[in-house]
Design a protein around this ligand. Sequence first.
Ligand code: ADP
Ligand code: GLC
Length: 483
Amino acid sequence: MAEKRNIAFIGSECYPFVKTGGLGDVMYALPRALVGEGCEVRVIIPLYACIPQKYKDQMEYKGSFMMDLTLEGRTFFVGIMELEKDGVIYDFVENKEFFDWGNPYTGLWEDIPKYCYFAKASLAIMNYLGWAPDIIHCHDWQAALVPLYKRTKFWDTPVGAAKTILTIHNLRFQGICSIPHLKYWSGLRDDLFDYPVLKWNEQEANMFKGGIAFADRITTVSETYAQEIQTEAYGEGLDAHLRYHSPRLSGIVNGIDVDQWDPAADQLLAAQYDVDNAIERKKTNKTALQERLGLDQDEHKMVIGLVSRLTDQKGLDLVNAIVPQMIDGNTQLVVLGTGDPRYENAFRYYEGEYKGSVCAYISYNEQLAHLIYAGADAFLVPSLFEPCGLTQLIAMRYGTVPIVRETGGLKDTVLPFSGGDGNGFTFSWYDADHLLGTVNDAKTVYFTDRYAWDEMVKRNMRKDVSWTSSADKYLALYDELMQ
Ligand code: ADP
Ligand code: GLC
C-alpha cells in the first residue's frame, strides 16, 4: 500500500452534527471510507450553535488564537473544539460572532463574511495544531477560498505545501456578492479580483469561480454532471470558465454509507429486512408508514415516495402538474420536505384534496425519511438538474424502485428497466407528460408484472451503492497529486 496520506476535509456541513442535504452525507461518509483505506482524515467544519448539545458535550478544547481577517486586518477569535468518531477527527471552528445563529445558513450577505473567516481559519487551525495535510479537499463555495488563501497568505507556512481539490456538489450556489464586500472581508490581494479569478462582472465577485481557478484539481459528484456543467444549460454562467479549466476537472460519483443506510439493521423501521425477506417485510413497513401518515391502510396500493429539499432543482413543478392523474385510487403519494413555500403549499393543497391518498409532511425529519425509503414501492426524483443525488441510491438500497430524470448522477446510477434488467424508470425530457408516462410505465409493471417488479427490488438491493469504488478513485487522485 502507498504511504499514509493526511487528508483535510473542509466544508460547511457534516452529518450527524449539521445537515441540510447531501453535502452533509458526503462529508460524513467519504472520510469514513478513506480512514478504512488507511488515510488520516480531519474534517473541519464550523461550530454552529445549532449543533446538538450531545455532540458539543463530547468535544475537547484544543486551543485558541486570534486571527486577522478583512482589509483592515481586524482580529477575530478562533477556537478549536475536537471530537473523534470511528477514526475520523472532527475539528470544529469556534467563533460566536459568525456561527451563533442560522440553521446553519442565514443570508448571503452574512454568509460571505462567515465563510471567508471559515476558509482562512481552517488553514490557520492546521498550522496551529502542527498537522500537515498532503491534500486539502474543499467542498462547495463555502470552502472555495481555501485554495486562494493557501496559495497567497499561507504559501510559506506548513499548510502551503499541500495540494488542493475543490469538489462541486452544486453549482447553483456560488457565493456571489459585490466586489467591495468580498474584498473587505477576505482581505485577498487586489489582483485576485481580476476576470481570470474572482471577478464575475463589473460589480460582483464569485467565490466558486476563484476556487475553480486556484484549486489543483476540480471534481464534481458524477461523470455526467462534470460534462453537463461545461454546457450553457447546466453551467450556471460558469460553463466557459469550467471549459477553460477542464483539463483539471473530473467526475466521481458519490456513494452512501451502507452502515448508516442498512435496512437489515435500521432501528427506525417497523421491520428490518434483507434481500431474502424484503418483499414480505417491506409490506410491514408500508402499512406502518400508511398508519403513521394517516393514509388508507392497504398493502395493495402502490406507494410513491419523495424525500427532498423543495426547490426548483428537484423537478417539483413536474410532480405538481401530474398529481391529479397520478392519484387513481390505487396509488398513494408521500412527500417529505421543506423549502420553497410555493411547493410546500401545493403539496398541502393536494393532501387536502386527496385525503387518505396524499400526505405532505412539510418538515425535515430523519426518522420519517428512513420509514419512507423502506415503506414506499417507488421513489420519485425527477430533477431539473442533479449533481449526484443520494436519495435514489438510498431508495435502491432499501429495495424501492426509483423513477428519475436522466440527468447528472441520476443518469449514472439508475439504469432504465428493460424486462430482465435495469434499476428503475427514467425519462429525459424535462416535461410533465414525460414524467406522467414514466410513472404510468412503473405502475404497469407494478400492477401487471409483479414478478419483474420484485426481481428489480432484489436487484437494486444487491447493487453496490457503497463508497468503496469511488473512494478508490479519490485515493488515486490524491496519489497523483502527491507525486
Ligand atoms: P441535495 O443535497 O441536493 O439536497 P441529495 O439527494 O444529495 O440532495 O441528498 C439529500 C439528503 O437529504 C438525503 O440524505 C435525504 O434523505 C435528506 N433529506 C432531504 N430532505 C429531507 C427531509 N425533509 N427530511 C429528512 N431528510 C431529508
Ligand atoms: C448537492 C447536490 C446533490 C448531491 C449532493 C452531495 O447538494 O444537489 O445532487 O448528491 O450535493 O454531493
